[in-house]
Ligand binder design. Structure first.
Ligand code: FES
Length: 490
């Protein structure tokens, strides 16, 4: 895509003004090299970060880091052909169960760090959804970058972005008639929930982390969503309760959706997101932890990574000597999302393209080409290995700390697993332990919110959140050893 930048200023601001929200995984610090653009005519002065991150030939060809560049004269710029790193307008999908004819609907919002998903819910049935990449990604891929951005004076901008995206989703799901939902219910991690509410996030920046008020809240849309006006401002909004600084309302929702505390036999729940949240428990006792896996499972810090949006590669198989892939919505590949990465690592192992330690075969020259403009590099594999090791070590420590006999426990897989990845692949690469009875929940958060919309029991949800004890993984003596062991594939 070629665009004209006709005014002077920071390129990042110019792109955003034009509605082009570029993912900036390192928070625009010039440290990840993911925001390359190319000056087609005119000159963008080379910056220190360009010199560090780009090769001499790339720099000579006019490539620059958008987060660092300053436009001083009108010029033409080329943005990446595959627009995975740029803002992609939200898409509505209606390939769901058919709900009741006509009638009122509500909206469930899964407020993800990478992707926002809004579901249209009628009488406990999801009848359509709207997905969009979270434009806050232009302030960094993970919650820590967002926290630092908010503390550096961008809190209002972060809030406005997410409010605009939620309002766009509500409008899209309301259809041509502009119908309004009768209720909205929202869950996300603690940082996302606080940013949405315009609350201070400084307590989440450093130990001893203070998550603030995590209780369930009932508001009106006009009190929460900047830009909600007219009748929409009067729509009731429920904010799900959180559990702790890094165990958010999204985990509460996933636990609620899976009826996690209904069973007498222990089970495990794993929600792979930017922060991997995991719980082990049964009726009356739940232990949960959060492993800072980094954003790899949501496509962050992976060169061709993206969220679970249409066009994202969500499954990869090695068949008849070839690597084959599937994309969400069977569209042209726009990047690879978490489930695609898990499947890709498994397929690369099966194909012999990579050894147990994660080293790519020398003959591949450091990259495996999956599709035009979609490659997996050695650096991507290393990023994935760190994420995988953090999750697996977390699971092992959690199971150890629970300290109760487990007999073929059920494992409920949500998040990055939800779109197409078989649990067997995750097991083969050593992401999850073997011998578990796996069940996939396409979107645990939406399932929990949908259950709540059907049976809005504030006391039950609050009780569930309050019954979860948090395990601090960093303080577990076995964590470091488990992490090292989990770096290997299978
Ligand atoms: S280098 Fe520009 S966002 Fe990371």
């Amino acid at each position: 895509m070629i665009i004209r930048a006709s005014e002077d200023g920071r390129l990042k601001d110019i792109l955003e003004k034009a509605g082009l929200w570029q993912a900036m995984p390192c928070g625009g610090l010039g440290q990840c090299g993911r925001c390359r653009v190319r000056a087609v005519n005119g000159d963008l002065p080379l910056t220190e970060a360009d010199r560090d991150m780009l090769g001499a030939s790339e720099a000579a060809a006019g490539y620059r880091l958008a987060c660092q560049a300053k436009v001083t004269r009108g010029m033409l710029l080329e943005l990446p052909e595959e627009a995975s790193d740029f803002y992609i307008p939200g898409t509505v999908s209606s390939g769901h169960e058919k709900g009741p004819e006509g009638g009122a609907f509500s909206i469930a919002v899964d407020l993800g760090t990478t992707t926002l998903c809004l579901a249209r819910v009628m009488d406990g049935v999801v009848t359509g959804d709207y997905r969009v990449l979270n434009r806050q990604r232009s302030y960094g891929a993970d919650v820590m970058s967002r926290i630092h951005a908010a503390m550096s004076g961008h809190g209002e901008a972060l809030r406005r972005l997410v409010c605009e995206d939620i309002l766009a989703g509500i409008k899209a799901l309301g259809g041509d008639a502009g119908e309004l939902p009768e209720r909205i219910v929202i869950a996300g991690n603690t940082t996302m929930m606080r940013l949405l509410a315009g609350e201070d996030v400084a307590g989440l920046a450093a130990w001893p982390f203070d998550p603030g008020d995590l209780s369930l809240k009932q508001l009106k849309a006009g009190e929460l969503l900047l830009g909600a006006e007219g009748p929409l401002a009067q729509v009731p909004v429920t904010l799900f309760p959180g559990i702790g600084p890094f165990l958010g309302a999204d985990l509460t929702a996933a636990l609620y959706g899976s009826c996690f505390d209904c069973d007498e036999a222990p089970g495990i729940l794993l929600d792979l997101g930017t922060n991997a949240e995991m719980a082990i428990g049964k009726k009356g006792r739940i232990l949960a932890a959060s492993a800072s896996a980094g954003p790899a499972f949501e496509g962050g810090r992976i060169r061709c990574g993206t969220g679970s949006i249409p066009g994202a590669v969500c499954d990869v198989r090695y068949e008849y000597g070839l690597m084959r892939y599937e994309t969400i919505g069977h569209m042209r590949p726009a990047g690879i999302c978490g489930s695609g990465l898990i499947a890709c690592m498994d397929a690369m192992r099966r194909a012999g393209y990579m050894d147990k330690a994660g080293l790519l075969k020398a003959s591949l020259g450091g990259n495996l080409k999956l599709a035009p403009a979609l490659e997996i590099s050695q650096a991507d594999i290393r990023e994935f290995q760190k994420a995988k090791a953090a999750v697996r070590a977390g699971l092992d420590c959690l199971i150890g700390a629970f300290n109760e006999p487990l007999q073929n426990p059920r494992l409920i897989l949500c998040g990055g697993f939800g779109l197409g990845t078989a649990a067997a692949k995750a097991e083969r690469i050593g992401l999850i332990p073997s011998g578990l009875k796996c069940r996939q929940m396409a979107n645990g958060v939406i399932s929990g919110l949908t259950r709540y919309l059907k049976y809005p029991d504030d006391a039950a949800v609050t009780r569930l959140a309050g019954s979860v004890s948090a395990l601090e993984l960093a303080g577990q003596p076995d964590f470091a050893q488990a992490y090292l062991e989990a770096m290997n594939f299978g």
